[in-house]
Design a protein around this ligand. Structure first.
Ligand SMILES: C[S@@+](CC[C@H](N)C(=O)[O-])C[C@H]1O[C@@H](n2cnc3c(N)ncnc32)[C@H](O)[C@@H]1O
Length: 463
C-alpha cells in the first residue's frame, strides 16, 4: 500500500471512530476500537485534525441541541435549551423530553465505555477545551461529573505511582502531580506520545532551586519572576483578607505564615482586630527578604522572620517543640508533592491540636475542570493526613488588565474556594476506643491516623 492510501485509511478509520462516538453507537464503537490501530496514539484517543475532537469530545458535543450550536467562548454553562442545564446546582431535568433523556443516558454510557478503554480525560481540542470543559460549557452536569471523576482517578493513580520508577518519556502515563497554578502549563496533542496529564501543570520536580536564584521584580501591584510569571498579584488581596479572618478566630494567637510574597496576608494579620501576639514568617527568596527588611518587618514587635526554605526551617521548630494556633501556606514554584509533604509531615508537628490551617488554593485554577479535580484529590489527601476541610466560596474580581505583561494567566475561574482546615477530631469516640488507636508522631509518613483525645482537645495554648 502506498503512503497516500495509508494516510487515507488512517483518516477513514479515525472518522469512523469519531462518528460512532458521536452517534453513541456502542456496538460499532467497541468493534472499531478493537480493530483499528494507529501509529501515534491509541484508537480511543484519535483526534480529528480540524477540530481536535477525540471520541470523548465527539460523544459529549453531539448532545448539543442543533439550535444551541454557536462558537464556544464561555467557560460557564450558558442559558438556553441544552439537555441537562444546571439550575442552582441541580440539574433541571423536569422539562426534558424522553428523547432527550434517552440521548443523555446513551452519551453517559459512551463516555463510560471510552474511559474504560483508557481514553485520556484531559486532551485538548483545537478550541482549547477538554471533553469535560465542553460538558461544563453546555451545562451537561452528569457528563461533567463523569469527566471530573475520571480526572480524579487518573490523578490519584499518578500520585500513588510517585516514588516508583518513573517511565521513559517515550512511554505512556508519565508520572505527574498537580502544582500550584502560579507555575507553568503544558498542553499536548495526539501527535505526541500520550500522557495522562494534559492540561495541567506538569510540575513533578519543584522549580524552587531555579526560582530562589532568579531575579524578581517587585512593585506595589505584583511580583514577577525573571520569566515574567506572576509570583504574587494584588488582586488576591480579598482572598488573603478572608484567609486571615478564617485563621484569626481569637486575640493573641501564635501564628505562622509560610511565603511572604507581597506581605498581604502578613499585613492582614498585623491589622486584624484579633492581632496575633506572636507572628512567625518563613521566607526563602533573598530579594523578598531584602524587601521585608527595607519595610521593617524584622523589627516589628511580636514578629519573627525565618530566613530560609520551610523545608529547612520547620524541622528545627518542631525539634524545639514550637506549636502554632494557626498556619497559612502560600509558596511558589513548588510541586504538589512538596505541598503534600508539608501538610502530611510538618503541620502535624507544628499545629496545636485545636489549631487552624489554610493555604492558597490555586491548584488547577487555569480551568474549571482542573480546579474541580484537584479539589477532590486534595480532599482525599487531606483526609488521609488527618484533616477535616471545608471550603468557603469567594467571588474573584473580573481580571483583565491585571494580566498585562504577565507571561501566563494562572487564574481563569470565577470562584475561589478558600480551604479551612483543622485536625479531624476523634473526641466523639468512646475513650477506650481512642486509647487503642496508635498515636501518630510527627514525621511519621506511614501512619494515617491522627489522634486527638477529648482531654487533648481541651488543652489549648500558644507557647
Ligand atoms: C505567592 S507568594 C506569597 C504571597 C503571600 N501570601 C502574600 O499575601 O503576599 C510566595 C512566596 O513564597 C516564597 N517561597 C517559595 N518557596 C519557598 C520555600 N520553600 N520556603 C519559604 N518561602 C518560599 C516565595 O519567595 C514568595 O515570596
Amino acid at each position: 500500500m502506498n503512503s497516500n492510501n495509508e494516510a487515507e485509511n488512517v483518516e477513514l478509520h479515525l472518522q469512523e471512530i469519531l462518528l460512532a462516538a458521536s452517534q453513541h453507537d456502542l456496538t460499532t464503537l467497541r468493534h472499531l476500537l478493537r480493530s483499528y490501530t494507529f501509529s501515534n496514539c491509541k484508537s480511543v484517543d484519535v483526534q480529528d485534525p480540524e477540530t481536535g475532537y477525540t471520541p470523548l469530545h465527539a460523544a459529549i458535543a453531539a448532545c448539543e441541541a442543533e439550535e444551541d450550536i454557536e462558537p464556544a467562548t464561555s467557560a460557564t454553562p450558558r442559558n438556553g435549551s441544552s439537555l441537562e442545564q444546571v439550575t442552582n446546582g441541580a440539574p433541571a431535568t423536569s422539562g426534558r423530553s424522553s428523547q432527550e433523556k434517552e440521548l443523555m443516558l446513551r452519551a453517559q454510557e459512551t463516555v463510560r465505555c471510552l474511559l474504560q478503554n483508557g481514553a485520556i480525560w484531559n486532551q485538548l481540542d483545537k478550541n482549547d477545551e477538554t471533553p469535560g470543559c465542553i460538558a461544563n460549557r453546555l451545562g451537561f452536569q452528569q457528563l461533567y461529573e463523569l469527566m471530573v471523576d475520571a480526572g480524579v482517578r487518573a490523578e490519584l493513580l499518578l500520585n500513588r505511582l510517585e516514588g516508583y520508577e518513573k517511565l521513559d518519556d517515550s512511554e505512556e502515563d508519565e508520572v505527574t502531580g498537580p502544582a500550584d497554578d502560579r507555575t507553568n502549563e503544558t498542553s499536548q496533542s495526539c501527535d505526541e506520545p500520550p500522557q495522562s496529564n494534559i492540561v495541567v501543570p506538569l510540575e513533578t520536580e519543584s522549580n524552587i532551586a531555579h526560582y530562589l536564584s532568579s531575579a524578581l521584580s517587585i512593585s506595589a501591584e505584583r511580583i514577577l519572576d525573571e520569566d515574567s510569571n506572576g509570583v504574587m498579584m494584588s488582586w488576591e488581596s480579598e482572598i488573603m483578607s478572608q484567609s486571615a479572618n478564617a485563621l484569626l478566630v481569637a486575640p493573641n494567637m501564635k501564628v505562622m505564615n509560610i511565603g511572604f510574597g507581597m506581605g498581604i496576608i502578613d499585613d492582614q494579620f498585623q491589622l486584624h482586630h484579633n492581632r496575633p501576639s506572636s507572628h512567625h514568617i518563613v521566607e526563602a527568596h533573598p530579594t523578598v527578604l531584602a524587601d521585608m527588611k527595607a519595610k521593617g518587618w524584622h523589627e516589628k514587635t511580636g514578629v519573627l522572620v525565618h530566613d530560609g526554605r520551610w523545608q529547612d526551617i520547620l524541622p528545627k521548630l518542631v525539634s524545639e517543640g514550637q506549636t502554632f494556633d494557626a498556619i497559612y501556606f502560600d509558596t511558589y514554584a513548588e510541586s504538589y508533592s512538596d505541598f503534600r509533604d508539608f501538610f502530611s509531615e510538618q503541620v502535624i508537628g507544628l499545629l496545636d491540636p485545636t489549631g487552624k490551617f489554610s493555604f492558597f488554593n490555586g491548584l488547577g485554577a487555569d480551568r474549571q475542570i482542573s480546579y474541580d479535580v484537584y479539589q477532590k484529590v486534595l480532599e482525599m489527601d487531606l483526609f488521609e493526613a488527618g484533616f477535616d476541610v471545608d471550603w468557603q466560596e469567594l467571588e474573584v474580581p473580573k481580571l483583565t488588565d491585571e494580566w498585562e505583561g504577565v507571561n501566563r494567566r494562572y487564574w481563569n475561574i470565577e470562584k475561589y474556594r478558600l480551604p479551612r482546615l483543622a485536625f479531624r477530631s476523634t473526641f466523639y469516640l468512646p475513650q477506650p476506643l481512642v486509647d487503642q488507636i496508635p498515636r501518630r508522631r510527627s514525621n511519621n509518613a506511614t501512619s494515617n491516623i491522627l489522634l486527638t483525645s477529648s482531654s487533648e482537645m481541651s488543652s489549648t495554648g500558644a507557647t
